[in-house]
Every structure is written in C-alpha cells, then in structure tokens.
Design a protein around this ligand. Structure first.
Ligand code: ADP
Ligand code: ASP
Ligand code: MG
Length: 429
C-alpha cells in the first residue's frame, strides 16, 4: 500500500460530469488499497471569471480581498468532489488550505509556503477517509489572512502536501497526457516525454510551459519527490519528473542505454513586456541605480540589453523584460529616480513574446544556436533580444510571431512526432 497525492486541475473538474468521472478515479485508487489525498483546482475557468468580476468592481483591488475572492473557486470544487465521492460510497472530507495546515507568508497573490502542518489530513487518513484539499491557498502565519500562491499554484499545494505526508508520488492530473516537447495546443505534433529531470522541467516551467507550476518543481526537486504528470481523461502512463539518477536507474533496469536527448522542449511565454529606458547617460553607476530602483519595487527582471552608446550624445538605451502585470510599478519606480539617473524617457511594449529552447544536452553539443537561429530566420521571425543559460536559449520577438517560431524550432530539432498529441479538454485560457 502506498500514499498517493492526486491533484486535479481545473479542466479535469470543469463540470458536474467531469467531477463524477474524477470521483470514480479517486474511489478506484482507494479500492486498489492505496491511501489517497486529493488536491483540487477551481472548476474550469472559474479563477479567470472571478478575476474578471473583480476587475469590473475595482481596477486595483486590495490583495487581501482578491485572495479571499479567488479561494472561493477551490472551495466550490472541493465540496462538490467530496459529494460525488460520497455518492459512490466513499468517505471524503473537504478542507480549505488553511484547515489542511498550509502556512504561508503574507505576500497576497504570490504567497510562499513556509510550513505544512497537516494534522487534520493525517487524522482523516487514519480514519480511512479521503481528504480533499483546496489547492492554491493557505493562511498567512503573521496576519492570519487567507492567501493564494499565484496562478497555477495548486500543483505546489499538492507537492508540498505530498512532501509533508511522506507520500510515494504526487500525481498531477491534467488535460494532456503528460509533458510534451512543446505545448500540444501550439504544436499538434509535439512528442510526449517519458521522463524529464527536475532541472529541465524547472527551465521549461520558468519559460512558459504552464503544465507545471514553477515552484512545485522547485519543491519536488528539493525533496526528491517524484511527480507523475498524466491525463485525468485516459489511463495512459504520463511523464515522470524525477532526478537524473532515478532516470539512469530506470533506463538500466529497462535495458535501454539510450542517452538523454539533447533538447527537452520549446516553449513560449506571452506574458512578458519589454521596457526601454531611453537616453541613459553612459557613466558608471547608472545600471546600478536603474536596477536598484526596480529591485526595491520588487520587480522580477528577466532579460537585459544595453545598446552601444551613440558617440555624439554619450547616451545609451537600456532595455529589460518583466511580467506585463509589473509594468505600471516598474515605470513608477523608474520615474521616481529619473532626475538622479538622468534618462530621457521610458517606452513600454507589451506585444512581445519570449521563445525558448531548453535541453541539458546543449552543454556538450555545438551547433544548437546555429540550428535555432536558422530555423527562426527561415520562418521570418525577427529576433529583438537574446539571452542564454547553460541549458537554454531564449529570444524575444513579436507576440504575433511566437507560435510560428515555436513550430519552426520544434521541427528544426527533429522533435515532431508521427501522430498528433491529444488535448482532452480545457480552453487553454
Ligand atoms: P490544469 O488546469 O490541469 O492545471 P494547465 O492549463 O495549468 O492545466 O496546464 C495544462 C496545459 O499546459 C495543457 O493543456 C497545455 O496546453 C499546456 N502546456 C504548455 N506547455 C506544455 C508542455 N510542454 N507539455 C504539456 N502541456 C503543456
Ligand atoms: N485555480 C487557480 C488558477 O487558475 C490555481 C490552479 O489552477 O492551480 O490559477
Ligand atoms: Mg495548472
């Protein structure tokens, strides 16, 4: 008998029929002799709908109230799922994040889990019940207010609970069969990956592959907890996110000596914006002042480019990318230091996308950049910025070119599968 944490995403519980289907799956796992803890997301696009509602009421709602509103989505799904399990003769009990012991800091909308004290969950398990926990939420240790972990955060709830409970595996059920070499909604010929290391999955999640929440992968890596990403709509084996050593062990026991693939995937992120600080005096300390102001405002900066300064003016432009949602804060922070920095103006461009190629094999394989840029050129994709890490190359281009770029790069690296990937549900929102 093992302890399994099963997390069901919004598209897996989009309506009453789906809730019943998921309930059946949970009851079957329990009947097979396992202890099961369930984490559930809000039904369908509920979270987006609640956000739309908030926006109609107030352009800038207090974080505390927005979190209170958003956590209502998961409360609905946990209660109806518990009802559906009861109908099948199972014993289920629903718990909010706070009741389940998910203790966070007080950063509304992006809270971090600082402790997990799941005594009510272990109690329910010892009484033979199936605990159903509302994903993506917790309670702040200091203020005792309800918090959310950020979009997609139910994955992180599931992994954190799995670690705290000593579960054998955390199963993430979604609307595709696992992790693919690209988003199957963008690249129908994307190939499913059987195993992927925590490191590669981290890079993919960081550059826009939203199939797993970034922090859930960080958490799983820290505690070496296996994640199994799979579809709630089929019984197919999904993708295991595990350590490199665990992959090597599996390959040996299967008798496959296949080397790790060079490329693990291609992803696009359409949620960033590009900010240009125009006419920065070319002298020491300017970049420190600009990025110091942005850091104090809590802005997450990704790519940075500084142009060569024009000889006749002695001024240069500094361009960086940050989340679209942070541009108002970023420009306010920069304007507050405009007189000391002495730059001329600011330009904000939200119509950009970041396209990235990820793969651990890039380290030891020359020619990856050449293939990447030739594929983009052949597809007529204009490159505006470039950044690289040991196992990733990213470019910034127009939003309108992003998907063409992903498809072109995917084909150029020979990642296209023979058949088409199945997308079972969801609206991709
Ligand atoms: P859930 O509601 O189950 O949490 P999400 O919408 O958060 O589901 O994540 C699943 C979606 O992630 C898929 O429907 C797919 O469109 C998208 N996705 C993006 N990149 C990838 C990838 N590399 N592999 C699989 N799915 C991906
Ligand atoms: N319901 C939340 C969201 O849509 C959390 C999640 O689905 O993981 O972002
Ligand atoms: Mg998700």
């Amino acid at each position: 008998m093992s302890l399994i944490v099963q997390k069901f995403g919004g598209s897996s519980v989009a309506d009453a029929a789906s809730v019943k289907r998921v309930a059946r799956r949970i009851v079957d796992t329990k009947a097979a002799g396992h202890d099961v803890v369930v984490v559930v997301s809000a039904m369908g696009d509920t979270t987006d709908e609640l956000l739309d509602l908030a926006e109609q009421v107030s352009p800038n709602p207090p974080g505390r109230e927005l979190d209170m509103l958003l956590t209502a989505g998961e409360r609905i799904s946990m209660a109806v799922l518990a009802m559906a399990i009861h109908d099948l003769g199972g014993q289920a009990r629903s718990y909010t994040g706070s009741q389940a012991g998910l203790i966070t800091d007080s950063a509304h909308g992006a809270a971090r889990i600082i402790d997990v004290t799941p005594s009510r969950i272990t109690e329910a398990l010892s009484e033979g019940a199936i605990p159903i926990v509302a994903g993506f939420q917790g309670v702040a240790q200091d203020t005792k207010d309800i918090t959310t972990l950020g979009r997609g955060g139910s994955d992180t709830t599931a992994v954190a609970l799995a670690v705290a409970l000593g579960a054998d595996v955390c199963e993430i059920y979604t609307d595709v069969d696992g992790v693919f070499t690209a988003d199957p909604r963008v690249v129908p010929k994307a190939s499913q990956v059987r195993y992927i290391t925590y490191e590669e999955m981290l890079e993919l999640a960081a550059v826009g592959a939203k199939v797993l929440h970034l922090r859930c992968v960080e958490y799983a890596r820290r505690f070496d907890l296996p994640i199994h990403v799979r579809s709630s709509f089929s019984d197919r084996e999904g993708t295991l996110v595990i350590s490199e050593a665990a992959i090597a062990a599996r390959r040996t026991s299967e008798g496959t000596t296949m080397e790790q693939p060079i490329i693990s995937g291609v992803a696009a992120d359409l949620n960033d914006a590009k900010v240009t600080v125009v006419g920065v005096p070319d002298r020491p300390g300017e970049a420190a002042a600009i990025f110091g102001a942005l850091a104090s405002a809590g802005i997450n900066i990704d790519m940075i480019v500084q142009n060569v300064s024009a000889a006749n003016t002695g001024r240069t432009d500094v361009t960086f990318t940050c989340p679209q949602g942070s541009t108002a804060k970023a420009t306010a922070a920069l304007e507050s230091v405009q007189s000391t920095v002495g730059f001329e103006s600011l330009l904000v461009d939200a119509e950009i996308a970041k396209v990235s190629l990820v793969g651990a094999g890039m380290r030891s394989n020359p020619g990856v950049s050449a293939t990447f840029f030739s594929a983009l050129a052949a597809a007529g994709v204009n490159v505006e910025m470039i950044s690289t890490s040991e196992i990733r190359i990213s470019i910034v281009t127009r939003t309108s070119s992003a998907h063409d770029a992903v498809r072109a790069v995917h084909t150029a690296f020979g990642l296209d599968a023979d058949g088409e990937a199945v997308v079972y549900g969801g609206t991709g929102r």
